[in-house]
Each structure stands twice: as structure tokens, then as C-alpha cells.
Design a protein around this ligand. Structure first.
Ligand code: F1P
Length: 323
């Protein structure tokens, strides 16, 4: 068991009841995933405090950087890469670890892995050894990824019992954004308000979700879609916001929600309505909006008779046989 991080020592709230109904604020939901979802604001604040201590291990302004991960960690890599470039810190590419062109020249490679045991990350680090400085953000110095990386940032305070990642991923992104000068405090405040609010009934009733984002929120859109797939087996898709009209609109219909992280493209609400769907434009910090999706993932899993702590066909880490 990992200790839940709470700001004030109270039992965290997840905003959903154990049987999937939207909870009134203050109702506790059981399960690792629900508890970890609820502990995110405190973790983000702690990441904000840590950022200055680990600044020397993170990419310096002007460096050409690649960031790699698998699954959720890949999507956090996408968000960070876009955020870093937007802040003017330098060219930053994000890759699924298995697809990274390791011969391409970079000043530093950042790998993200909660477990520290993911095979594709270990294979990548083996390729990069002696070629480029590497830094791993993971849950402990003892993991194989930590041992293979040049430097390690230990985020074990945000480790999780769940298979499905929530707080580790958002905490590493909060840390990386803090390093770019973006204080996680306001997002944490917003996430607390999200956690205290009930979910909308049409979200729980939806049959299909299309998540959209642009810049750093495109990675969040990918992660939101993955979360509902992993925890609740739902039909979800994710695209850069302006791509919606280039095909994805075709699946919007009754029971569809088109959920936009960040500013929506002009006219999108009318187009979604004309296609028969419901548009939802996140009105809080996008990282806090992702917490709303986490809450929905837990609630939708329960509503479909699934246990979000035991996602179908998934393991906490993908460890492949040696080749
Ligand atoms: C990444 C990951 C998870 C996914 C699944 C398998 O793990 O792909 O995102 O939900 O449980 O592992 P890690 O490298 O960050 O530990």
C-alpha cells in the first residue's frame, strides 16, 4: 500500500459513490483508483515545491530534448513537449518509447515511467547509453529504469496501487510544468473544486466520447480517452481540436460527448449539436479538467459493473520477455 497524500490528513473524496452514482460533495468512494484520483491536488502542490530542488536534472533552457514514455507516460510526454516549446525553452519532441529514433541528435532525453520496469523504456535507455544524457522520472531509485538512466527524479510520494495511472502522471506533469515556471497551485485549487462537484448525468449516460485538445492539452485529450477506455471499457477517441472536422465528426451522434480541453475552435459547439452530440468545454485549468475525466472513469466503470481497480486485460507494467 502506498500512503495517500492529503493536504489536511482527511480521507480523500472522489466525487462518486461506490455504485457509480454522482456523489454529493463529501461522500467517500472506495478503491485505490478513487482515492488516488482524490489525492491529486496535494501531490501537485508537493511537486511544485520539489521543482526547484530537481531543476539541475531537468532540461535547461535552449536544450534540444526528446521525451519518451509508454501509454499514459507517452501522453504526459506529449503534453510536456508542447508546453516546453510554447514556453520558449527549446525544441522538444515526444515519442512512444518503442518508436523513438534513437540516432537523432538530442542534448537530453527524458524518460517517464511510473513503474520503472517497462521494457520499451529499458531498451531505449540501453540504446542511448553513452550517447546522450538521460533523466528518468519514476517511483524510486531501486527500479531498473532508475539504474539505467543517467539521472533520476524520484516521485515515489505520488506512486499508486492502481493499475490505471492517475496521480503519478498528473504529478509528473505538474512537476515538469513547474520547472517551466507554471505554478501548480491554481490548477490544484481548481481540481479541488472539480472533486467536490457532482458529475453531470449526461456524462455518465454517454455511449461515446471524442476528446479534443491543442498544444499541451492534446496530450491531455489522449490521456482522457485512454483513461475511460482502460478503466471503463468505453468507446473513446482523441484528436487535435482542429482535426475534429476532418473525419472524427462522422461518429458524433446521439449519446456522443465531444469534450474539449483548452479553448475550443470557433463554431465547434454548433457543429457538434448539428451532428446530434453534446459539446463539453472544460472551463477550469485543463489539468483539473482531466481530474473530472478520472472521476468519470471510476463512476462509469462502476455503472457498467466493472471494478476500476481491476481493469480488463491490463497489467500495472508491461514487462516483455528478453529477445
Ligand atoms: C506505462 C503503462 C501504463 C498503462 C498500463 C501499462 O507504464 O503503459 O500507462 O496504464 O498499465 O503501463 P509506466 O512505464 O509509466 O510504468
Amino acid at each position: 500500500m502506498h500512503e495517500d497524500v492529503t493536504a489536511d490528513g482527511r480521507t480523500p473524496r472522489a466525487g462518486v459513490t461506490a455504485d457509480g452514482r454522482p456523489a454529493r460533495a463529501g461522500v467517500t468512494a472506495d478503491g485505490h483508483t478513487a482515492r488516488e484520483v482524490a489525492s491529486q491536488p496535494a501531490c501537485w502542490r508537493r511537486a511544485g515545491q520539489l521543482a526547484a530542488d530537481v531543476a539541475g536534472s531537468l532540461p535547461a533552457r535552449g536544450e534540444r530534448v526528446a521525451v519518451a514514455g509508454c501509454g499514459t507516460s507517452w501522453f504526459m510526454a506529449q503534453s510536456y513537449a508542447a508546453a516546453r516549446e510554447a514556453c520558449g525553452h527549446g525544441e522538444t519532441d515526444a515519442f512512444a518509447a518503442s518508436e523513438m529514433p534513437w540516432e537523432r541528435p538530442y542534448d537530453r532525453v527524458v524518460v517517464l515511467s511510473r513503474s520503472g520496469t517497462t521494457t520499451e523504456i529499458l531498451r531505449l535507455l540501453a540504446r542511448l547509453r553513452g550517447i546522450v544524457p538521460t533523466v528518468a522520472i519514476t517511483t524510486g531509485a531501486g527500479t531498473p529504469v532508475a539504474q539505467a538512466a543517467g539521472e533520476v527524479i524520484d516521485l515515489s510520494f505520488a506512486d499508486e496501487d492502481s493499475v490505471v495511472q492517475t496521480r503519478f502522471a498528473t504529478t509528473e506533469l505538474a512537476l515538469l510544468r513547474a520547472h517551466l515556471g507554471q505554478d501548480p497551485g491554481p490548477a490544484a485549487d481548481a481540481a479541488e473544486r472539480v472533486l467536490a462537484a457532482p458529475l453531470r448525468p449526461e456524462m455518465l449516460a454517454a455511449r461515446q466520447f471524442t476528446f479534443l485538445g491543442s498544444g499541451w492539452t492534446y496530450g491531455l485529450a489522449n490521456e482522457a480517452a485512454l483513461k475511460l477506455r482502460e478503466a471503463a471499457g468505453l468507446w473513446t477517441e482523441a484528436y487535435p481540436a482542429m482535426e475534429y472536422r476532418h473525419g472524427p465528426v462522422a461518429v458524433t451522434g446521439e449519446g456522443s460527448i465531444v469534450w474539449v480541453f483548452g479553448p475550443p475552435p470557433e463554431g465547434l459547439a454548433g457543429e457538434v449539436a448539428a451532428a446530434g452530440g453534446t459539446a463539453w468545454f472544460g472551463d477550469v485549468d485543463p489539468l483539473a479538467e482531466l481530474v473530472r475525466v478520472h472521476m468519470l472513469a471510476v463512476a462509469a466503470a462502476h455503472a457498467r459493473g466493472l471494478d476500476p481497480d481491476r481493469p480488463r486485460n491490463l497489467t500495472r507494467s508491461v514487462i516483455l520477455a528478453p529477445r
